[in-house]
Design a binder for this molecule. Structure first.
Ligand code: PLP
Length: 402
């Protein structure tokens, strides 16, 4: 990891952390290890409880060299002691919830989050006897009021998918610490270099590695970064027992993508800034949310907390009927941007997300929570993930349909 190496720069870390030339072949690029089992030189135990961080490789569900290499790279960039690679971002969220929550415990989850996480928390966890409260975490009083004696975990997401609402993560960490709870945070939208998550006091930082970490839209994966003891617990539960491991091939692909993350994030952010400013000036666009725009209602927090504004933009074009019409025009007429879900790829992606539907399915917000959602999203938003194409070409493509 970066600590005991001859380099400190972030780009050098992204390229070299977790890698070493193959001693057998002297290959410069990391070899891909697809072997499901490894020859034992000892008569070792065969239980998750026998695994230690320096155990030799035994079986690929426990550990694999390509997954370990990716984990070391993510940990080095995130600045944590350790990392667990998982089969997907959802497997990362599930690994956190099912490792650190038991029947009778209480989870506080952001009321707006990745839809899969929102549904897992609201629908599955209560079935397991876990109490769940969904809170607007941009409202710290609401968060403090939701804490119970049995609160074990607070799970935040900033910026929140899909509305780009931010959460003051240092304040959430303090509330969690005072409550004796862990603070896990989904940092997918800002990437492992988007925030100083140690300074923000976050215990577990999770990512969908399908997004910025991999960066090329060709491998699904996830990661959770944090302290060695917490990650070891998760490895025993989530990988060895629940079995949701990252495949070596995906780890190899994602690590290759991660090598250029610092360069990509710079290009993503400058492209997104140009597109966001163009959108904001467009007569048919009624609202734009981007942390790099002074018009973002939490611009000051974004400046304080985010080291890159990343490249996720949401914008509105009026009411839901107008949104649907433009979504159809995008499907029919765009030539560069793909009308598709997902984000963080080198290709730009856009998707229409109508508020009413999300209120009835993933989020189910009422009262002040629904109002806060509408303050950011109106009747619906286009979630635009600005890729690495030339901003002028993206603007031309958007101009065709707006
Ligand atoms: C995509 C995403 C996830 C889920 O990740 P998968 O890799 O698709 O399972 C979780 N959180 C956020 C914020 C996401 O954007």
């Amino acid at each position: 990891m970066a600590k005991n190496t001859g380099y400190t720069g972030i780009q050098t870390t992204a390229i070299h952390a977790g890698e070493a030339p193959d001693p057998a072949t002297k290959a410069s690029a990391p070899p891909l290890h697809m072997s499901s089992t490894f020859i034992s030189e000892d008569i070792a135990g065969f239980s998750a409880h026998d695994l230690t961080p320096d155990s030799p490789y035994t079986y690929a569900r426990w550990a694999n060299p390509n997954v370990a290499s990716l984990e070391a790279k993510v940990a080095a960039l995130q600045g944590t002691e350790a990392c667990l690679g998982t089969a997907s971002g959802m497997a990362a969220a599930a690994a956190i919830f099912f490792t650190f929550l038991s029947a009778g415990d209480h989870l506080i989850v952001s009321d707006v989050s990745y839809a899969g996480v929102a549904e897992l928390a609201r629908e599955t966890l209560p079935r397991m006897g876990i109490e769940v409260t969904a809170v607007n975490m941009s409202d710290l009083e609401a968060l403090s009021a939701a804490v119970r004696p049995n609160t074990k975990l607070i799970h935040s997401e900033s910026p929140a998918n899909p509305i780009l609402r931010l959460t003051d993560l240092a304040a959430v960490s303090k509330i969690a610490r005072d409550a004796g709870a862990l603070h896990s945070s989904d940092a997918t939208f800002s990437s492992p270099i988007g925030m100083d998550t140690n300074a923000l006091g976050i215990d577990l930082v999770m990512h969908s590695a399908t997004k910025y970490i991999g960066g090329h839209g060709d491998a699904v994966g996830g990661a959770v970064a944090g302290r060695t003891d917490l990650i070891a617990q998760m490895r025993a539960e989530a990988s060895i027992h629940h079995g949701g491991i990252l495949s070596p091939f995906n780890a190899w692909m994602i690590a290759r993508g991660l090598s250029t993350l610092p360069l990509r994030m710079k290009a993503h952010a400058s492209g997104a800034q140009a597109v966001a400013e163009w959108l904001e000036a467009h007569p048919h666009v009624t609202k734009v949310m981007y942390p790099g725009l002074a018009s973002h209602p939490q611009y000051d927090l974004a400046q304080r907390q985010m080291q890159t504004n990343s490249a996720m933009i949401s914008f509105q074009v009026g009411d839901a009927a107008q949104g649907r019409a433009i979504a159809q025009a995008m499907i029919d007429h765009m030539e560069v941007i793909h009308y598709a879900v997902s984000l963080g790829h080198h290709r730009s992606l856009v998707f229409w997300m109508e508020t009413q539907g999300l209120m009835e399915t993933s989020f189910q917000l009422q009262g002040a929570q629904a109002e806060s959602y509408r303050d950011f999203a109106g009747d619906g938003i286009f979630r635009l993930s600005v890729g690495l194409e030339d901003a002028e070409d993206l603007i031309t493509d958007l101009d065709r349909v707006l």
